[in-house]
Design a protein around this ligand. Structure first.
Ligand SMILES: [Zn+2]
Length: 1011
């Protein structure tokens, strides 16, 4: 899914709100997944609703309750009878004309002390669903009826097959009110209703339908449920979203998000990925709205009363989580792909023109994947819908992919190049899912990575194949893979494949391990097998398991078979070491003589967690495919390789002709998901090479050297002087990948040195590193006049050069700000005369380096009610760059004194925390207003983000004591977890600071004396 934008792969920032969570989420995969907190909240809300319904009935007499239910049921039938009957296909059952069941509500079950056993029994298997949905989005939809707004009427007829005789049917249902149930023989012209009674297990969302007699093995039955549901506020199930139309009116839409376990909020169903079936969908909607679903629309009938019904073609055989519905006032753009698929982008009407880039990109990608996998797309149309209020990065519903608006809208006058790149990778991810995930689905959620790792890897491969100039794979490695190398070295990580036992655990799997590490191990496997074998193996896997499910073992079998007669690699034996144990190895290399290298692997884990006692089925030993080259051969296209499969000392030989003075290099192009450490002499040779001609080393290896050395130094495995010596060549580096790899480390050091005497010398060093690049890529030039790679490098270097006060940057920023101030028209964002990609850096620098003129102007824009949400976020981000305490205070206090939402307040506080003085003031403010913020703010998840921002640079014992004293002084409520996490991080910072400070000082002093 989409929760899909991890680091810009999957999660996403909605443009419509101050979504402070999104920045953090975007560092996860693109799922675009719900946070655990969100999942908990969903459970709580659901439980509350069930209890509420139960209590309502409890306090009424049964007769009254039945009467109300009957009234609802009768009204429902009267209203929708025609549609319901229309829906019945040949052979499907028809409900009895007089409903026989009483209205059923399901109070929560008693706590079950037994082990979680929430898998559906397999006595009956669904074949097809006939689904009817009628949503009530607006007041006028329910006028004169006893319906409630934001509810929907539903009816589902499920044709099931009995595989084992049984006297009950168990399916999923959540937060629905059932009006009637019938179970009839599908092959016998209907016959008696076999329904007897129900019980409900809230823990598993199981509706247990008890029958009057046993079902016969091998026969088919029709199970029909008529029900009422809620169009939810939460971003799952059938939920509501809204936008402001051109006339200033709020326009509502209903849309679905079913992955992973929320289809049950919209229809009773067998809500497990392996329970695949076909879906016939009929949606009754207001005539001025359109309805969308997975299949192509067959016909729309106008009933003449303001309502219409749209019927859709039968879906392919698919899992419930891929079913999708949408209803709203929407417009579209359409093209046909080269292979004749009708492709449409859908959005609110006033934004549809901004979907042109998405439409063109998706069209190319659809054809690309059809060719690459050699399997045509399985539906005659593909719709891509931009949803205004959206909690994920994208969702791959088969034939109806949903995106946040930022995932579908691109306006070159307003949106940055990086947002366009991010959009492209998300679209590619979702389209790749149409094969990996939709056509072949993981058997169970413990193999989620089969969906998400593939979606991520093939998404990048596809986007890269069509746009090689964007160098997207370099971004994947230097940004995303490196981030996972950091998080996967913590004892809190988990294996790629994890046994999951509950919905909340499923939810937690939508993380960087499933998405990014999943993609990383696939890239490693791709390199190991070679492109031909890998591609053939994947095609075979897709064909073998199409319209079905598969697990990791079956994938390994397919790839092993494809490699017979080529590398003959036992893929199963190699890859299980990568997916069934968490973490990854460090390979320590030492040169024994001119040509011989010894290699030893060990688990790489951060210094403070080396005592992690958890066991691994493979003893933290991996099957490592190690490629290598050296300065003599410089063979980087088909480098020699060696297997390292145990913890013993492995020796291998460098190529003939290598001299003792030559450097050697391992893990060429960084295909392997592990780190390398060398003996000091080889590090010195590599440093020398970088400083003389860095292009002799492949760019992804330069990025790897940067990242590995910094991380090894932080964990006490390499002297800091080595890591810093490696960075010196960066003054000549114009490629983005090495900068991407090292920048976060350089910034962390800067923040931690902020209150010390080293800040000046350190910033001077950073100014020197970036000065040459700044001169060429400076703030004032137009990105369109330089190559794409340099544009990417510029986005990394210019902000840091300006932050460490490159004097040219300050001058450019103030000059350009004046141009901006005198020409900008708030009502017309395209009036911005500045280059959009550097606008944020420019405004920030002008505020920091400027006078009251700059501040007052941006403050006036912030106060102007004509500022859009996107503009307001831009003004706050820039204003937060000030170093004047009173201005920061003004920025902090304004939202608290005005009716702004918790998200907006959180956004301001986190933005203010980018400067040391801002962090101090934000932390003071949070402490003093803890209760007030808590009242608005709620959940622990937001507190964690907020406190991580404001206390991230705490690294003194005094600050630690302050945190502890505060934690002990009061009831912390939702903020308790956040405070304790900040305390733990401060302790780590202190430890780190004490160990690195003397080393950094020694290196800087030595550097200073020689420069
Ligand atoms: Zn995905």
């Amino acid at each position: 899914m989409a929760t899909e934008k991890l680091t810009s792969v999957d999660g996403e920032i909605t443009k419509c709100d101050f979504e402070m969570d999104a920045d953090l989420k975007s560092k996860k995969s693109g799922r675009v997944s719900l946070s655990r907190t969100k999942a908990v909240a969903v459970v709580v809300v659901f439980a509350a609703i069930v209890i509420m319904v139960g209590l309502l009935c409890f306090y009424e007499t049964k007769r009254e309750c039945d009467r109300k239910h009957a009234a609802l049921m009768n009204d429902h039938d009267a209203d929708d009878k025609g549609d319901i009957n229309d829906m019945d296909n040949e052979g499907a059952d028809r409900p009895p004309s007089t409903p026989q069941n009483r209205f059923l509500t399901y109070p929560p079950a008693e706590d079950d002390p037994g082990p979680w056993k929430g898998r559906l029994p397999t006595n009956v298997i669904p074949d097809s669903y006939d689904l009817y949905i009628k949503p009530y989005l607006n007041d006028e939809d329910v006028e004169g009826t006893n319906k409630r707004r934001f509810t929907f009427d539903g009816r589902v007829a499920i044709r099931i097959r009995c595989d084992n005789t049984t006297d009950e049917i168990v399916l999923h249902l959540s937060n629905l009110t059932v009006i009637s149930i019938t179970v009839v023989d599908a092959e016998n012209g209907g016959g008696d209703n076999l329904y007897d009674s129900t019980s409900y297990e809230s823990r598993y969302s199981f509706l247990r339908i008890l029958l009057t007699k046993r079902l016969v093995q091998g026969r088919s039955y029709n199970v029909t449920l008529v029900y009422i549901g809620e169009i939810r506020e939460e971003w799952d199930g059938l939920y509501r979203s809204s936008y402001i139309d051109d006339r200033g009116n709020l326009s509502w839409m209903a849309v679905t998000q079913f992955q992973p376990v929320s289809a049950r909020h919209a229809l009773p169903c067998f809500d497990e990925p392996i329970m695949k079936a076909t879906f016939n969908v009929l949606i009754k909607h207001r005539t001025h709205m359109v309805a969308l679903s997975n299949g192509r629309e067959m016909d729309t009938i106008d009933h003449g009363d303001g309502w219409s019904s749209t019927r859709f073609e039968t879906s392919p055989v698919m899992s419930t989580y891929l079913l999708a519905l949408a209803v709203g006032v929407l417009d579209y753009r359409e093209i046909n792909t080269t292979n004749g698929i009708r492709l449409r982008t859908w959005s609110r009407p006033n934004a549809i023109d901004t979907t042109a880039f998405a439409l063109e990109s998706a069209s190319s990608l659809m054809t690309h994947f059809e060719d690459y996998f050699s399997i045509p797309f399985q539906i005659s149309k593909m719709d891509m819908l931009g949803v205004p209020d959206y909690g994920h990065g994208g969702m791959e519903n088969w034939g109806l992919v949903t995106y946040p608006e930022s995932g579908l809208f691109y306006d070159p006058d307003v949106d940055t190049r990086s947002s366009q790149e991010s959009m492209l990778t998300i679209i590619a991810h979702e389209i790749a899912h149409q094969w990996f995930g939709n056509l072949v689905t993981m058997e169970w959620w413990d193999d989620l990575w089969l969906n998400e790792g593939f979606g991520t890897y093939f998404g990048y491969l596809g986007a890269d194949a069509l746009n090689p100039e964007m160098m997207l794979l370099e971004t994947l490695i230097a940004s995303n893979n490196h981030a996972v190398l950091i998080s996967d070295a913590l004892s809190t990580s988990h294996p790629i494949k994890v046994h999951v036992t509950s919905p909340s655990e499923i939810d937690e799997l939508f993380d960087d391990i499933s998405y990014i590490k999943g993609a990383a191990v696939l890239r490693m496997l791709h390199d190991m097998l070679g492109d031909d074998v890998f591609r053939r193996g994947m095609q075979g896997y897709l064909r073998t398991f199409q319209y079905s499910n598969a697990n990791s073992d079956q994938l390994w079998d397919a790839l092993t078979e494809a490699d017979v007669g080529f590398g003959n690699i036992d893929v199963w034996q190699v890859m299980d070491t990568w997916i069934l144990q968490m973490g990854y190895p460090l390979v320590n290399l030492t040169r024994l003589d001119e040509t011989t290298i010894s290699a030893v692997q060990q688990r790489y884990i951060v210094k403070s967690q080396v005592s992690d006692p958890r066991e691994s089925p493979y003893g933290y030993v991996w099957s490592i495919y190690l490629t290598h080259t050296n300065n003599g051969s410089r063979n980087t296209e088909s480098p020699p390789s060696v297997w390292i499969r145990d913890q013993e000392i492995n020796e291998f030989s460098l190529a003939d002709g290598v001299s003792v003075d030559d450097w050697y290099l391992a893990n060429i192009h960084q295909f392997g998901f592990f780190r390398i450490n060398y003996e000091p002499e080889n590090w010195a040779k590599l440093i020398h090479q970088l400083n003389t001609n860095h292009e002799a080393i492949p760019v992804l290896n330069r990025a790897q050297l940067m990242e590995d050395s910094m991380n090894l130094a932080l964990n006490g495995r390499l002297p800091f002087s080595t890591a810093f010596e490696l960075t010196r060549y960066l003054r000549n580096e114009f490629n983005s990948a090495p900068w991407n790899a090292v920048l976060s480390y350089l910034i962390i050091f800067r923040d931690n040195l902020g209150a010390t005497a080293l800040q000046g010398p350190y910033e001077k060093y950073l100014r020197e590193l970036t000065s040459r690049a700044y001169d060429e890529l400076r703030l004032e030039i137009d990105t369109n006049q330089i190559s794409l790679d340099k544009a990417k490098t510029r986005e990394l270097i210019v902000p840091i050069a300006c932050k460490v006060r490159n004097p040219e940057c300050s001058r450019h920023a103030l000059d350009l700000f004046e141009d901006f101030r005198t020409t900008y028209n708030l009502s017309d964002p395209s009036s911005n005369v500045l280059e959009v990609n550097s606008l944020e850096t420019l405004l920030c620098t002008a505020i920091r380096e400027g006078s009251y003129t700059e501040w007052d102007y941006l403050w006036s824009l912030y106060m102007d009610p004509r500022s859009s949400t996107t503009q307001t976020k831009m003004w706050i981000t820039a204003l937060a760059c000030t170093i004047r305490p009173w201005q920061i205070q003004r920025l902090i206090e304004y939202p608290m004194q005005n009716p702004m939402t918790a998200r907006q307040i959180g956004f301001v506080l986190t933005k203010v925390s980018i400067t040391p003085v801002g962090r101090t003031l934000a932390w003071d403010y949070i402490r003093q207003n803890w209760d007030a913020i808590q009242d608005m703010y709620g959940g622990a998840y937001r507190w964690i983000i907020l406190l991580l921002s404001t206390t991230s640079d705490f690294n003194t014992k005094a600050q630690l004591e302050e945190l502890i004293a505060f934690a002990n002084s009061r009831d912390l409520g939702f903020g308790a977890t956040a405070i304790h996490r900040s305390i733990a991080l401060t302790q780590l910072n202190i430890e780190l600071f004490e160990s690195i400070y003397p080393q950094v000082r020694a290196w800087l002093e030595a550097y200073d004396q020689t420069h």
